[in-house]
Design a protein around this ligand. Structure first.
Ligand code: SF4
Length: 286
């Protein structure tokens, strides 16, 4: 049984960077507390917890002597200021792609322009970006919602880093129909999610079974599973190697493997090793 791994898989740039920054702080002997879960992966969070990393839900919970970590999604300037006031040190692991959106929104607001942000208003990344231009911004999920906005002045249109490109285009068109002055559209979508889906799609048509490693609550992992299922009926979402059922692999000559953007390499390696082991057992059984 051959195990094939998708061309793009696992940690995205922003998540990898955030985990590295936390590890550096640990090496410096800091007491590290992250504001919200650093990543959507229970196994990696548990590993970090064994090194003393704990989580807070609000800046009020941080104390002097502790290091506060801002995760890749970023936070509002107010939340950052509160953390800086209370913590001894702040590690800002906001993904640079998110920082770019925050800066664009802030600059447009300083020019007294409206900012239309396309995305999920409840997503932490969107809450953070909105905080950079609260008086000038509107968050919309889709083009229909633009009709409910007041007339827009020289608007800037940007987006959550993980939305679909067509959604941004549709909103941009709707904004043009409801704006005075120049409409500026900047594509701030990050390609990490799409790259992983494209690579999984390309491999899924060539294998007999497919494993997506990722948290059951991770939306990018669930989307990866859906993409794989389109091409390969025997596609499974697993969190650890213990969830692999050897019976599912009877008769499989090729097995595909990918992982969501929050899945660490050590977990992917364990799954790969378990699949190789099952492959050898099945070969002996035959
Ligand atoms: S998905 Fe993209 S924007 Fe989000 S953390 Fe990863 S690299 Fe950054």
């Amino acid at each position: 049984m051959q195990v094939l791994i998708a061309d793009e898989y696992g940690f995205c740039f922003g998540v990898e960077r955030a985990v590295e920054m936390v590890e550096e702080a640990l090496q410096e002997g800091d007491t590290v507390r992250t504001l919200g879960p650093l990543i959507h992966n229970d196994q990696e969070m548990a590993r970090l917890a064994t090194h003393g990393v704990s989580m807070i839900n609000a800046p009020v919970q941080i104390q002097r002597g502790q290091t506060a970590v801002i995760r890749a999604h970023g936070v509002t300037p107010q939340i950052e200021a509160e953390l800086r006031e209370k913590a001894s040190k702040v590690v800002d692991a906001t993904c640079p792609f998110v920082t770019k959106v925050q800066k664009l929104a802030s600059r447009a607001a300083a020019q007294d322009r409206h900012v239309v942000i396309v995305g999920n208003p409840e997503h932490p990344e969107m809450i953070g970006v909105f905080g950079y231009a609260p008086e000038h911004s509107f968050i919309v999920s889709n083009a229909e919602e633009v009709a409910k906005l007041p007339r827009l002045k020289n608007p800037l249109v940007v987006s959550q880093t993980t939305i679909k490109l067509q959604n941004l285009y549709d909103v941009a068109e709707a904004v043009k129909a409801n704006a005075d002055g120049e409409v500026q559209v900047i594509n701030t979508i990050c390609s990490a999610t799409r790259d992983r889906q494209d690579a999984a799609r390309a491999l899924a048509g060539e294998v007999d079974a497919f494993y997506v490693i990722g948290g059951r609550h991770s939306s990018n992992s669930r989307k990866l599973l859906a993409v794989c299922k389109e091409q390969c009926e025997k596609s499974f979402l697993i969190e650890t190697e213990d969830e692999i059922n050897a019976e599912d692999l009877c008769g499989a000559a090729r097995v595909g493997l990918t992982a969501g953007a929050s899945t660490p390499n050590w977990l992917i390696e364990k799954v790969g090793m378990r699949l190789e082991e099952i492959g050898e057992q099945l070969a002996v059984g035959n």
